[in-house]
Write a new protein. Structure first.
Length: 264
């Protein structure tokens, strides 16, 4: 069983990609909706949340974990993943690989939360593969709450105005490739693509899903199952999840992550 966690809904984009690649697997998703967003948290707080999220998934019997959160993957995952006896994947390495492979002019943009951009993790990974690459990074703190609240339609003027402002520096730099470094951001990829029509968009969650699918051994195809948990009222999660999952309906269960963490 593969466990996936994120601060909220964004990781569903990675789940959708991975489920399409490995439909035979069982999946357990945890969205920490009671503590979203992660992108404004300190490193110490992110370490605590990450360990609690991983502990919850392990307690449910997962064999591998995808941290489908750009903030966790950028800021703390390298520091904590070796504490565990199961494979734990993030979204940074695969996205950096994909961007370096895609760019023609070695100008790569990165969009992420404030914590992700401050960590410079994408920049380090890209430059390790291409020392000559120009990396233009932009924090987009409003994108996560806009997506979490359903402002994702291609003609949504509010999100379009915010995106136009965020993308100004990236556009001016002449990037030909842009990493969507938070798994919430693919939900507004149409808006971003309209504003940057000649730029290749790299979906970090999708890139990570392909990396996980390649790394894990195949199982017999028994149809697979999926269960979803959140740390706040699941009603809004279930409603907005339909957008992430192309209309599929789910029924998430609420878990008190603080009580769970206190008991471990």
């Amino acid at each position: 069983m593969i466990g996936i966690f994120d601060s909220g809904l964004g990781g569903l984009s990675a789940y959708k990609e991975l489920r399409a690649l490995r439909p035979e697997e069982d999946y357990l998703y945890f969205g920490d909706t009671g503590r979203v967003p992660y992108g404004t948290r300190s490193k110490a707080t992110l370490e605590k949340y990450t360990r609690q999220d991983i502990a919850f998934l392990r307690a449910r019997g997962v064999d591998a974990i995808l941290a489908a959160c750009g903030t966790v993957s950028s800021v703390v995952l390298d520091d904590v993943k070796d504490e565990y006896d199961l494979p734990i994947f993030g979204v940074v390495d695969a996205a950096a690989d994909a961007a370096v492979a895609a760019t023609k002019n070695e100008k790569i943009g990165v969009l992420g939360t404030g914590a992700t951009i401050s960590s410079r993790a994408f920049e380090r990974k890209i430059r390790a593969k291409d020392p000559d690459a120009l990396v233009v990074a932009r924090a987009c703190p409003l994108f996560v709450p806009l997506v979490e609240n359903g402002y994702v339609a291609r003609d949504c003027e509010v999100t379009r105005l915010v995106a136009r402002d965020y993308l100004a520096d990236v556009k001016a730099a002449g990037v030909d490739t842009l990493i969507l470094g938070c798994t919430h951001f693919p939900l507004i990829a149409d808006i971003i693509a309209d504003l940057l029509p000649k730029v290749t968009l790299i979906n970090a969650g999708a890139a990570a899903a392909h990396a996980v699918a390649r790394a894990l051994p195949r199982r017999a195809d028994t149809g697979g199952s999926a269960a979803f948990f959140v740390s706040d009222d699941p009603a809004n999660f279930d409603e907005v999840a339909r957008i992430f999952l192309g209309g599929d309906t789910i029924s998430a269960e609420k878990v008190d992550i603080d009580t769970f963490a206190a008991e471990i």
